[in-house]
Design a binder for this molecule. Structure first.
Ligand SMILES: [Ca+2]
Length: 495
């Protein structure tokens, strides 16, 4: 199996071109930015289209949510989105790492299809790959990115009417540095002493919303908390003081060498209290409390935007989406962070509030992916969905039509070794099973029956009772790779 072959990416281009050819009637080629902006000014007003607000949280696992029954964390504003909208209880990311996941959600394409494989993907995405926000912009939307962009070139070169963001895992929490631009015209890149980064990003988003406009808007408000180094909003500096934090059942598994886990999992340097870098965490209690306190601050800022939507009369004409770039280990197997394909790392919240399409209180149990956000928002906005996208709109699914929905999907992770030595792997998750292949030699495998073992405690790989299932999942992994144009050569950005 090849590892990090830095090939030209010809296969990716051929794959995309095949998809784009199918949609040439509905999707104009992406023009250079300057041309696009000229076109945008001549777009007719499309006032009847819905607005979009996309809250993309940082590392929010599915249960870091009041609505999910979290005993510690209160998230009244996030809960409101779910209560008044549709909640997807099985939402996953296809590559549990910041920059690649952000590229997936914006493009509707797998990491292997864009070249944005890992956090080292700093160059701009190839210009022939549109972001869904580019397509909305071309359809007459005003678009804004506020907060933590963290993707190839911070997506700075794309079609934003307003950009106030930073391209890093986290900016300084209390002396943040933001890059600002207005309709492609560069503004300042500077620090804001004393401002709390997420509050400032929200302030700027609200100021942008306040501007008079005839077009519908699409606001991406992507908060950074609780990314390491976990600085809290000041009002929460003593939140959870004195509250006991339970220890996960697998926390002490290291004393018995993590039964059933492969060497690739055991040797990863993602264990609490052992990594002496800026992203390292020192103890379980501190991690869990800081992680949750971060979302308390994010929830307040989401509440400010919901209040603006309500007061402006735009609430019910706005599609509100909340999901996260990936989940997070909170001490399971003593781990923190993400990257691996285990549930704490890949399972995210997903909810959409848009009463014109979805009844309040909707629940969807089918598996949805970060790949699905782009086609979903395009469909709801009445903008043609390019055929090359690898996700699927969840609109019909959320309206009760489950026919033909995916029963399994491909996971991929590439960044290695970096600080944590999490080996590259791929896998398949079905509604019941999970198969993981660490594909560097010597290869290793994990297989779980999530119905019998939702905590992924018993690795069934090689168990004769599961031979037929194992064979099927190995086959599906190769089929899913073929279907998504993954020819086995890991590519890098070639633009
Ligand atoms: Ca992240």
């Amino acid at each position: 199996m090849s590892k990090l072959d830095k090939n030209s990416g010809a296969s990716r281009r051929e794959f995309l071109q095949a998809g784009l050819a199918l949609t040439s009637a509905s999707l104009a080629p992406i023009a250079p930015l300057s041309t696009a902006l000229l076109h945008a000014s001549s777009q007719p007003p499309t006032r009847k289209k819905p607005n979009i607000v996309f809250f993309y949280t940082e590392a929010q696992r599915w249960d870091a949510l009041g609505l999910a029954g979290n005993a510690l964390l209160k998230t009244p504003h996030m809960d409101r989105i779910g209560r008044e909208g549709v909640v997807f209880s099985n939402s996953f990311c296809t590559n549990a790492l910041c920059a690649p996941s952000r590229a997936v959600v914006l493009t509707g394409l797998y990491s292997h299809s864009t070249g944005a494989l890992d956090n080292d993907a700093l160059e701009a995405l190839p210009a022939d790959i549109p972001l869904f926000t580019d397509l909305l912009h071309d359809a007459g939307y005003q678009t804004a990115m506020c907060g933590k962009a963290h993707g190839p070139n911070g997506f700075k070169e794309r079609r934003w009417d307003y950009y106030f963001a930073f391209n890093a895992p986290a900016t300084n929490y209390y002396d943040p540095i933001f890059h600002e631009s207005f309709a492609g015209k560069r503004g300042e890149t500077r620090n804001y002493p004393g401002a709390y980064a997420d509050d400032l990003a929200t302030d700027r988003a609200l100021a942008w919303l306040d501007q008079k406009r005839d077009q519908p808007f699409c606001l991406l408000l992507w908060h950074q908390s609780p990314h390491a180094p976990f600085f809290r909003a000041k009002k929460y500096l003593d939140l959870y003081n004195g509250v006991p934090i339970p220890t996960p059942n697998t926390f002490w598994d290291y004393t018995t060498r993590f039964p059933g886990k492969p060497k690739a999992f055991i040797d990863a340097k993602n264990k609490i209290g052992t990594m002496q870098t800026g992203d390292g965490v020192r103890c379980l209690e501190e991690l869990v409390k800081d992680y949750n306190a971060g979302f308390a601050g994010v929830d307040d800022n989401i509440g400010r935007v919901l209040e603006w939507l309500e007061k402006s009369g735009e609430l019910d004409n706005t599609i509100i989406v909340l999901t996260s770039d990936h989940g997070y280990f909170l001490g399971e197997w003593q781990a923190f962070d993400k990257r691996f394909m285990h549930e704490p790392s890949i399972h995210t919240p997903m909810m959409i509030r848009y009463p014109k399409a979805f009844q309040a209180g909707g629940k969807v149990e089918e598996m949805v992916l970060n790949l699905d956000v782009a086609p979903t928002l395009l469909e709801l906005a009445g903008v043609p969905v390019p055929a090359h996208l690898q996700g699927h709109s969840v609109v019909k699914l959320a309206q009760g039509n489950h026919a033909g929905w995916r029963k399994d999907w491909l996971y991929e992770y590439f960044e290695y070794p970096r600080a944590e030595y999490v080996q590259p792997h791929r896998g398949v998750r079905t509604e019941r099973y999970k198969f993981i292949n660490y594909y560097l030699e010597p290869q290793e495998f994990e297989l779980y029956d999530l119905q019998e073992d939702p905590a992924e405690l018993k690795n069934l790989y090689g168990d004769p009772r599961y031979a037929a299932i194992q064979k099927h999942l190995v086959q599906r992994l190769e089929e899913l790779r073929r279907e998504t144009g993954d020819d086995g050569t890991v590519r890098v950005l070639d633009s």
